[in-house]
Design a binder for this molecule. Structure first.
Ligand SMILES: [Zn+2]
Length: 217
């Protein structure tokens, strides 16, 4: 969990832009936290980067927040006062207004990254864990036999198992699946798609998981 407060430079209009040292942006390229955005009713929308979060604050579009500030943004220096603007961003940000229903709990896009995360980088045939370059998307019911490219018909498989199974069903190949493929809920997807979730964000998201979620195991 990343709990430190990092400082980033934000160049605002209306103030002298402060040159952004290369090193300050490159220092923590993978650990700058993303913020969890909600609508005003507390319904989860998506991860947003600090730039988009800062825009919400600047537009006075933040309704309420949760958690202690996790990122401090320094703006430019005001020509008149000589003061530098500072913005504290919170890990969970509810924007004004409410989301349209179709924006809530959408089906996560089926990408290999999301699929491998769902299956914890395990080959669902041999049960071994592999690094990403050694993993493939296997269609349980092969596409050539009418199988669809949907969450419920795809599993993570290593190269070896995928080529061994070939153009057959698990039954035909004598290769039983170790788990049943499923469509992650949007909340599950948000947890699986971010490797740097802050403690406050994780607590909030876990509270919204269905009791049967495999992520609670
Ligand atoms: Zn395998």
């Amino acid at each position: 969990m990343e709990t430190d407060t990092y400082t980033r430079d934000l160049i605002d209009t209306g103030v002298d832009p402060t040159p952004v040292p290369e090193a300050s942006l490159a220092a923590f390229p993978r650990t700058v936290p993303r913020m969890l955005s909600l609508d005003a009713h507390g319904r989860v929308l998506d991860w947003i980067n600090w730039q988009d979060a800062a825009c919400l604050y600047a537009r006075d579009a933040v309704s309420w927040t949760l958690g202690d500030p996790c990122l401090q943004i320094h703006g430019g220096t005001c020509r008149v006062t000589g003061e530098r603007s500072v913005l504290d961003l919170h890990p969970i940000i509810a924007a004004r207004g409410h989301a349209r229903s179709r924006a809530l709990d959408p089906t996560p896009t089926l990408t290999n990254t999301a699929l491998f995360a769902r299956d914890a980088q395990l080959c669902l045939y041999c049960g071994q864990q592999f690094s990403r370059p050694h993993l493939t998307r296997d269609h349980v019911m092969p596409v050539s036999k009418g199988g669809r490219d949907t969450w419920e018909n795809v599993v993570t498989a290593c190269f070896h198992c995928n080529s061994r199974k070939s153009n057959r069903t698990p039954q035909q190949a004598g290769m039983p699946l170790l788990a049943v493929p499923y469509r992650p809920s949007w909340i599950e997807h948000l947890i699986l798609s971010n490797r740097h979730i802050l403690a406050d964000q994780m607590a909030f998201l876990r509270n919204q998981l269905p009791k049967k979620s495999k992520l609670l195991a």
